[in-house]
Design a binder for this molecule. Sequence first.
Ligand SMILES: O=C1O[C@H](COP(=O)(O)O)[C@@H](O)[C@H](O)[C@H]1O
Length: 245
Amino acid sequence: MNAIESRLEQRGVTLKRFDTPLQQAEQLAAAVVERLNMAIAERGQASLALSGGRSPVRFLDALARQAIDWSRVRLTLVDERWVPESDAQSNAALLRSRLAAVFPRLQWLPLYRGVTPAADAAQVDAQLADWLPLDLVVLGMGVDGHTASLFPHAEGVAEWLNGNCDAGCVASRAADGTPRLTLTGRALHSARFRLLAISGDAKLRTLCTAVEADQPARWPISAFVQAPMDIYYCPEDGQPDDAPV
Ligand SMILES: O=C1O[C@H](COP(=O)(O)O)[C@@H](O)[C@H](O)[C@H]1O
């Protein structure tokens, strides 16, 4: 076992390595469905929060192929760019297009509402309260160590990373200052299970640094790398040909 695996083991987290992006995507989709089916069997429905960005395309395509009672699944995002779905940056648009085969059957809670970032976050927060604890959260991570839209050293981030944060959804900003909406520690820590998907050497190095440093305000991902969580890692960061750029 190498250094990162043993560090993660101390936190009760398992790192699963995959040789190809396709294997990683398919195994991640299978793990999601297993968790959703467990929740449906126990409580009659399942709640899921997914990440956006560039990385999840293959995973979303694999998820859309899964046979599960999608009408019992409540879906939201862990974060959103404050843009309408017509914008290429929209995480909601990514989910709607890659999950097109199952999307009409899901119960969908969008983050962007088009009022103001703060008003949208307050509206989502009120609706999300009924969904907590989420059954499953699938996180991604940027090379800078951000996860969801919880960015290093952002104003408010130390509080938002905390499980006792007042709100489950807040208005945040990306490193370039653009407005975002993000779930906070209140929603992400209380999830019954978390999966983290990362690809490429650079992200694995970030994860190692984040876990080693354990300074959540600098490396927001480190706040969530704790049980219950599995990490799905592939050294290759390949996107399918039809992935949005
Ligand atoms: O801004 C975002 O970044 C992270 C990582 O995105 P990726 O493009 O490197 O995959 C993502 O998890 C988050 O949902 C997204 O809005």
